[in-house]
Design a protein around this ligand. Structure first.
Ligand code: IMP
Ligand code: MG
Length: 182
């Protein structure tokens, strides 16, 4: 197990063990909420991938799994333009959908994904995130379930990247501001 903090990181925020235990607690809440139903759990790629796999395996609910790509904000586009892959590989109509995200920052990604799934006839849409950064909200959005809150600063690891780096770190850490020109 990789335990040494990456040299580009300033501080360890959550260890692999803390993430695993927090994920199990949220899985139990979701099992309660989805009792007797078969929801579609949707992984928001790429950042949520490790959280998604761990969360789904910790849940007893017989969820189906799907993936969608809501990759950041298209480079060169007006800032704030969300680039969502419109070609869903599943039919949301009439389904209970659980959107699984790595981190809620401005709130734009989950807010727009949720609205779009409801517009396409989803029966319900709940959201779960590994990290919530409430101080960074630019639109009003409240996530239904979260594992941890984080303060300001850019975080990496456990799926989360900066310019595609650091995703595979098994822990969550604060990136040194010098690494992203902050
Ligand atoms: P939102 O639409 O601003 O809420 O942001 C959502 C996306 O931005 C997340 O799914 C992440 O992929 C990315 N993001 C926001 N803050 C961070 C961070 O601190 N580290 C890594 N990715 C982040
Ligand atoms: Mg994400």
């Amino acid at each position: 197990m990789e335990t040494d903090l990456h040299e580009d990181c300033e501080k360890l925020l959550f260890s692999a063990e803390e993430i695993a235990s927090g994920t199990r607690s949220v899985a139990a809440l979701l099992d309660e909420a989805y009792r007797g139903t078969t929801p579609v759990a949707v992984c928001v790629l790429k950042g949520a991938v490790f959280f998604f796999c761990d969360l789904l395996r910790a849940m007893r609910t017989p969820a189906e799994i799907e993936f969608l790509r809501a990759s950041s904000y298209r480079r060169g586009a007006t800032s704030g333009t969300l680039c969502v892959d419109d070609a869903l590989s599943f039919e949301p109509r009439g389904r209970d959908i659980l959107l699984v995200e790595d981190i809620v920052d401005s709130g734009k990604t989950l807010r727009s994904l949720k609205a779009s799934l409801l517009e396409r006839g989803a029966k319900s849409v709940k959201t779960v995130t590994l990290l919530d950064k409430p101080s960074a909200r630019k639109v009003s959005f409240e996530v239904d379930y979260k594992v941890f809150d984080v303060g300001a600063g850019f975080v990496v690891g456990y799926g989360m990247d900066y310019a595609e780096k650091y995703r595979k770190l098994p822990y969550i850490a604060l990136l040194k501001p010098a690494m992203y020109g902050g």
